[in-house]
Design a protein around this ligand. Structure first.
Ligand code: HEC
Ligand code: HEC
Length: 245
């Protein structure tokens, strides 16, 4: 079973030989006049109304761990976002949007698709919520990090804190993601896609703000976001191995 899973994921990650590629549905998002952000209906509403079962969610998460890691830490290089620490409401909305084709994610779509029903979305979100928050994540690595972080902080507090919170902890009831503790390169990619209209499930009020940003401002604001630590129950530090002799 594990081997098959691995092969399936390896195949999905190589676009040229993508045996698992299948046309993901494309559902109108911000490009459409009729788009209603976070409309409470269908699968998303049903999953939000269901109390997830952590144990069942653990089984469903097995396939996810291949990319997002069993710990939910994702990858510091930004290919896969950290999921541990994210609000369950955000996890559910993003999964439902990816499944419906309002958020394009061809890499993950074949795996998101196999979740059977709203209950399984609620279960997997409950399981992810039970994970401790990894101690570290990908940061901006440039020599001018301090300068970028302080430029980013100024912009963030003026234009983003209102929704994502001063400490980056988002808002569970309103589907505003936790952005503190997320990987720098993932944040920068999302910011760029939001600005360029490519993250089609984004909140229109946010898009209006980010549309005006230059590439340099996106770098600074992503550097600042990734300088914050994710709020919540952190994982315990591993005891440092004793040196021999
Ligand atoms: C083949 C790799 C892969 C697998 C397997 C996978 N994902 Fe993902 N997932 C991704 C990628 C890549 C992204 C980010 C895409 C982007 O940059 O927009 C993502 C994004 C997400 C997001 C949005 C996070 C955010 O902060 O907005 C959620 C939630 C998520 N995945 C949950 C899951 C769950 C639950 C499963 C298992 C059912 C799963 N993923 C399986 C690759 C994968
Ligand atoms: C009106 C509230 C609002 C404002 C203002 C806002 N955001 Fe957002 N942001 C959201 C919502 C809601 C989402 C999730 C979008 C969706 O539904 O997919 C989001 C998503 C994001 C993401 C992607 C997170 C992930 O896990 O994929 C990043 C990064 C982000 N916002 C950064 C910012 C920054 C930086 C600013 C300020 C320049 C900002 N936002 C302003 C509401 C807001």
């Amino acid at each position: 079973m594990k081997k098959i899973l691995f092969l399936a994921i390896a195949a999905a990650l190589i676009p040229a030989t993508n045996a698992f590629a299948q046309a993901a549905p494309k559902h109108a998002g911000i490009e459409s006049k009729d788009y209603q952000w976070a409309k409470m209906e269908g699968e998303m509403k049903a999953a939000l109304d269901t109390k997830g079962n952590v144990k069942d969610g653990e089984d469903a998460y097995e396939v996810c761990g291949a990319c997002h890691l069993p710990s939910g830490a994702g990858r510091a290089d930004g290919t896969f976002p950290q999921l541990a620490g994210q609000h369950s409401t955000v996890l559910i909305k993003q999964m439902a949007d990816i499944r419906a084709g309002t958020r394009d994610n061809p890499t993950m779509y074949p795996f998101a698709k196999v979740l059977t029903d709203p209950t399984e979305l609620a279960n997997v979100a409950a399981y992810i919520n039970s994970l401790c928050i990894p101690l570290d994540h990908g940061h901006y690595e440039g020599a001018d990090a301090a300068k970028q972080v302080s430029m980013g902080k100024e912009l963030y507090e003026k234009q983003c804190a209102e929704c994502h919170g001063k400490d980056g902890d988002g808002n569970k009831a309103k589907f505003y993601p936790v952005i503190a503790g997320q990987h720098y390169k993932y944040l920068l990619r999302q910011m760029t896609e939001i600005r360029d209209g490519k993250r089609r499930n984004a909140n229109p009020d946010m898009v209006k703000i980010i549309k005006a940003y230059t590439d340099a401002q996106l770098v600074a604001i992503s550097a600042y976001q990734s300088s914050m630590s994710m709020p919540g129950a952190m994982c315990k530090a591993k005891p440092t191995a004793k040196k021999k002799g």
